[in-house]
Design a protein around this ligand. Structure first.
Ligand SMILES: N[C@H](CCC[C@H](N)C(=O)O)C(=O)O
Length: 293
């Protein structure tokens, strides 16, 4: 069984898009881990495009992290899939579906792709958390000495996947590579969590650094940008339209009055090829697109 793939990125978030619509099969976590281990298909997320499962949708997406775990959301990867489908169909708008719900997308061109990421869920059981918290704008979780914690009182939200946002003055002043794993796997997060450090610049801008569930430090995380923007607005730190600066670039987030979160940003092709699935993965890179500097 040979399937096509395209290596892309969403402001530096490494994305591999695999087209399973004609394959009559799905991928499993073990195959995803093997593809993550090969530099020709390596990724932060693998976006598997599958045939639609619901009326009114164009495709279903299964989203794998590097460790083979499945996520209900990937903002950067969804923009990449939106661009692939727009280039294929000649239509800018599509409706995608994941395990977390439907995503309306509009790809005007590779520089401007908007995803409706749906509505945020703030209830402690929706994050989910392992114990009740009445106010998820700031929960009791801290890192470091009890009398002088280096991180504390994160905001938590589910935007198709779980996020904890710590508010800091300088995102580079904390060693997120060292404390990320402990927080990702903290018992308070039964489904683990994506961990972000957010520094608010003004009422319409913030800077973000992310330790991603199932991956580690990435250059960008679209769902974390949505999570941080929504939590910043919900806690009165910003307005409802926020430009989020990540190490790989900037995403524009709007938390609309109807509670939907719109994320706008680019997507970039890098190369394409085929994967022969079997006991041995036979990977070929057929075409080199513009490779980012
Ligand atoms: N690691 C995330 C999924 C990908 C998120 C990120 N790459 C994005 O662009 O949203 C999770 O397991 O919830």
């Amino acid at each position: 069984m040979t399937i096509p793939f395209v290596k892309m990125n969403g402001i530096g978030n490494e994305i591999t898009v695999v087209d399973l619509r004609g394959a009559g099969r799905r991928l499993d976590g073990e195959t995803a881990r093997r593809l993550a281990a090969d530099p020709r298909t390596a990724f932060d997320q693998l976006m598997a495009i599958e045939p639609p499962r619901s009326a009114g949708t164009d495709a279903f997406m299964t989203i794998f992290n590097t460790d083979g775990s499945v996520s209900g959301a990937c903002g950067n990867g969804t923009r990449c899939v939106a661009l692939v489908l727009a280039d294929e169909s000649g239509r800018p708008e599509h409706v995608l579906e994941t395990s977390a719900g439907r995503l309306a997308v509009r790809a005007e061109n590779a520089s401007r792709i908007t995803v409706d990421m749906g509505t945020p869920r703030f209830g402690w059981q929706e994050i989910p958390l392992a114990e009740p918290f009445a106010d998820t704008r700031a929960i009791e979780l801290q890192v470091g000495p009890i009398d002088a914690p280096i991180l504390h009182s994160p905001s938590v939200v589910n935007v198709g996947n779980p996020h904890a946002i710590f508010w800091v003055d300088d995102v580079e002043a904390i060693d997120l590579a060292r404390i990320g794993p402990m927080l990702e796997h903290h018992p308070l997060f039964p489904e683990r969590a994506n961990i972000s450090l957010a520094s608010v610049t003004c009422d319409h801008a913030l800077t973000l650094k992310v330790w991603e569930r199932g991956v580690g430090l990435t250059r960008a995380c679209g769902s974390a940008a949505c999570a941080a923007a929504v939590c910043a607005a919900r806690t009165g730190r910003t307005g409802r339209s926020v430009d989020v600066t990540l190490p790989g670039g900037v995403l524009s987030i709007e938390w609309r009055a109807d509670d939907h979160i719109l994320m706008t940003g680019p997507a970039e092709y890098e190369w394409s090829g085929t994967i022969a699935l079997g006991d041995e993965l036979a990977i070929t890179v057929a075409e080199q697109h513009a490779v980012p500097a």
